[in-house]
Design a protein around this ligand. Structure first.
Ligand code: 13P
Length: 254
């Protein structure tokens, strides 16, 4: 598939996989995806599996991501993990502001922006998540909600920092529900996001930023979603938990 930007497909394993299971999964992915050069491939295991998974992906085309991090470097923040700790395991990416963290952990746009700035300061690439609830879509508020999240979550990021970042559009109603956005629905919001980035930054910067789609992506719908002009990859939940599920998404997107 000929795309303006290199596709980036990431698996968000969420709170799944013991260390042994994580090793099995990533070993299978490494075998299945060894020949893939056209797509940036990322796996985001839980913190507890980062150490072992990092050993498996060493010298492979699979990069490592985390699912969250603290905006602080170190200190009295019980239960938190800082960027420096992630870097010990060669983590390159970090998912920030996932809707589950916004919903269950009270993360706000301001917190996401602070985390993004801390990640970038440590040379980690943030994957910044935005997306509307079903009720918001039905009320015709998708653009208002996503626009506000973008403005707030990117506050303080410079042009070059934005270019290091990835935006993930994840409509909350499509996450874990099997209800995928149609390729047209995804493209519509992705184009809106890119236009908003043009307004916030400039045309050139906005054109270089990769925007992933997330929400019930699977092997059977990946190709059509990825073929949309402003869809530059996927953030995959459920289907990334099995070797075949994730490797077929990557292969079908090429
Ligand atoms: P599902 O692919 O399970 O819908 O999850 C999407 C997601 O939340 C990825 O971050």
């Amino acid at each position: 598939m000929d795309k303006e930007r290199k596709l980036i497909i990431a698996g968000n394993w969420k709170m799944n996989k013991t260390v042994a299971e994580a090793i099995d999964l990533v070993t299978g992915l490494k075998r299945d995806l060894v020949a893939v050069k056209e797509v940036d491939i990322v796996v985001c295991p839980p913190f507890t599996a980062l150490s072992e998974v990092s050993k498996v992906v060493l010298d492979s085309n699979i990069r490592l991501g985390a699912q969250n991090m603290s905006e602080h470097q170190s200190g009295a923040f019980t239960g938190e993990i800082g960027a420096g700790m992630l870097k010990e395991f060669s983590v390159r990416y970090v998912i920030l502001g996932h809707s589950e963290r916004r919903q269950f952990n009270g993360e706000t746009d301001a917190m996401v922006a602070a985390k993004a700035i801390a990640a970038l300061a440590a040379s980690l690439k943030p994957i910044i998540c935005v997306g509307e609830l079903l009720a918001e879509r039905e009320a015709g508020r998708t653009e208002a909600v996503v626009g506000t999240q973008l403005e707030g979550s990117l506050k303080g990021l410079t042009k070059s920092q934005l270019e290091e970042s990835i935006i993930a559009y994840e409509p909350v109603w499509a996450i874990g529900t099997g209800k995928v956005a149609t390729p047209q629905q995804a493209q519509e919001v992705h184009a809106f996001i890119r236009n908003r980035l043009v307004a916030m930054y400039d045309e050139g910067t906005a054109r270089r930023v990769r925007i992933q789609y997330g929400g019930s992506v699977k092997a059977s719908n990946a190709r059509e979603l990825m073929s949309q002009a402003d869809v530059d990859g996927a953030l995959v939940g459920g289907a990334s938990l099995e070797v075949r599920g994730f490797s077929d998404i990557v292969k079908n997107s090429i």
